[in-house]
Design a protein around this ligand. Sequence first.
Ligand code: CDP
Ligand code: MG
Length: 887
Amino acid sequence: EQKAEESSDEDTSSEEEEEEMNNTTEASESKETKPPCEEAETTQEVMSEQKVTDEQEEKIPHQKKVINKRPSEPAVFIPVDRSPEIQEARLKLPVLAEEQVIMEAVRENPCVVICGETGSGKTTQVPQFLYEAGYASGSGIIGITEPRRVAAVSMSHRVAKEMNLPTQVVSYQIRYEGNVTSDTKIKFMTDGVLLKEIQKDFLLQRYSVVIIDEAHERSVYTDILIGLLSRIVPLRDKKGMPMKLLIMSATLRVEDFTENLKLFRTPPPVIKVDARQFPVTIHFNKRTPLEDYTGEAFHKTCKIHRMLPPGGILVFLTGQAEVHSLCRRLRKAFPFRKGNTTTAEDEGADTSEAMRKFKKAKQKKTVSLPRIDLDNYSALPVDEGDEDREAGIGDEEDGGSDLDLGDDSADSEEKSDPSIPLYVLPLYSLLAPEQQAKVFRPPPTGTRLCVVATNVAETSLTIPGIKYVVDCGRVKKRFYDRVTGVSSFKVTWTSQASANQRAGRAGRTEPGHCYRLYSSAVFGDFSLFSEAEITRRPVEDLILQMKDLNIEKVVNFPFPTPPSAEALIAAEELLISLGALEEPPRTGRMNELQRAKLSCPITPLGRAMASFPVAPRYGKMLALGKQQDCLPYVIAVVAAMTVREIFEDLDRPAHSEDESSKLTQRRVRLTQTRRLWAGHGPSLLLGDLMVMLGAVGACEYAGCTRKFCENNGLRYKAMLEIRRLRGQLTNAVNAVCPEVGVFVDPKMTPPTEHQVVCLRQIVLAGLGDHLARRVQAEDMLDPKWKNGYKTPLMDDPVFIHPSSALFKTLPEFVVYQEIMETSKMYMRGVSAVEAEWIPQLLPQYCHFSPPLETPAPRFCSSTGTVRCHRPSTFFRVGWQLPAVEME
Ligand code: CDP
Ligand code: MG
């Protein structure tokens, strides 16, 4: 399942950009939603399996010659007016030494791979080389994709500054925002944005060069882009509008791109940029703290600051909440008074004493529901309540270097320190750009820079002046169970390659030191490289996008690393069951059927679903939503479901007795609030989705203030995001079906009873594969099944969470948004459905007995058995055929 945004503390690597493509703003693109027919055919043709014939082989050298002679080939030099300081700094970058080699290779080859250590100047300089060589002087522009938003924004600013050009010329486009104009010549964007553009214009005619940056990260969209571009480039050539592709990587491990014959018949040249890397001494811990690595990072940082010579410190943690928590502890330990250590730079992490007292006072007073006249105050933490705790783990590293830090038991954070102030800055992907930019500026004189970062600082951004790296050795990743669809975020060990990248950050300007908060034995057990993201997540969204590009045989797509056949089949099965792909004929042997399943064409419903910037299940809800004026509600529900964690976590553990009783009170009050939003009678059956609707409506009614959210257990950032998404989805729906003309009033009136029924049916149609049936006592004697639900694919029961609106109702059939495993397997986003809707809305999940002799009309027997498509006795119900009409 795709989620728009990770909750604030789930910010890590690629996960946070997951939804990038799906939520691309409808920038100034053409309104065309399908590739023109002619191109569609060609797409199909080029995407189908490549057969290299002798004749084609012969053509290759000939084509090369043509490329060299092509009149459109830039032969100009576009001067750039750089300041002397910039020019001087540039000349120090290793990539400058390779400019000639790179430009020559680009001129002679359609695709070039550039490998160079992080910080060697690839991202900032290569676009400039291309600009100077005239690649943006015609009608085409230079596009650069980044897997992370933070890099797209920050690099566009940097390059604009270096080139002394306005941001109208060197621009960026990310999910919600951008400053691209008709004058843009260099455009930084997230990979998802470019993928969405390919859907609108398969040939990417606006671009003369596309650079895929950070290819080593192997983000899903980057991988797909490389696959698509490997076909687009020759196609552009064939049409006489040549385009160049550059793939840039921070590691030399590029064979998945260069040696993959499915991608490039002639392997592209690889240019290595030799970085001047100073030696970095690695210090392993003797012991590996299993839990409190943040505490360990704190102690290590304190020691470095107290005992070691000047030089910036860079600490790698796994998520935003950890970053803020460590920033707070460090600021407390080494106060920095002059500036603004505890101001907006932390976005809501203000924990000054006054604010803390205020919060305590505030928690005591119970605030009843929609009170909107509350006094206005800012910067309350939304959900970053990690209390600073003293960890007390001593330092024990391997001996050896004279820069090893001895044991130091005196680093109590309560005692302020005589050392020079520590200038502490957080850095993570969702941090506001102005805040991110601070890490590139020199720290105030007389202070030491300390950046606490997620792995965004691993390769995307190079922070100047870092001499010490503290590496927790972990990374936060989203894990999916492919069979059950259960997902969870887990902090796991990183790979050796990543750990070495992190260490490398210390040796940019002089010899440095890397303190690994784990033992060398643990390091030895790390995997060598991180695996490509595409191999560890469901791919239905990608498959639907590809089918919309008329790539029918997805198995033949030139993936740099293909997803498993299992994942591809699961995705196609889901899309077939949602009605997005045509069902293959149910004849033939099993493996023939499987093969047929892998080449199902897209249906008109599938096209409509693909045009919405959300995951297929939600796309289907939007496609069905026009009935009974339900669209505004469907949009609100889909927006709310797409944003992660809109509700405060009521299950979080308390750290003290006092806190525990407060938390219990809060839990009771907020559960009541949620029940109130769910309403009574028919609307209650929409369950948790009604709660979401109620929350969105109430929040908008109250003006969507931070205070309202805080009082009512909503995450402020999530609510703001929902607001943006609602606007965006409304535009998308209006673009797809202009005749409907949805207008979304932020303050919705509650749906009528009839609309609620309709909404429940729409939700069932979208989430149909997430169907669960309550187990009857007589079916199951085992007490573990008490109040449990059976799902098609799992052997164990799943449950309705106590905080769910339907916890007391326990309807017989429910659909759920997802299953999250905490203390039990809990369904989230539960909504009740009526048994008789199932055969109508989800015929694929039912089978009928006795079998129908005559094929049509399809559902006109009077009784039958509703059964899940995988054998599961619990779905057998006798039903009378319904009279429900679905348009
Ligand atoms: O892409 P690659 O990692 O090879 O290097 P880069 O991001 O182009 O960075 C080249 C240099 O520019 C590094 O030394 C960065 O510290 C510097 N830079 C900067 O000073 N300010 C920025 N906003 C971005 C980069
Ligand atoms: Mg870079």
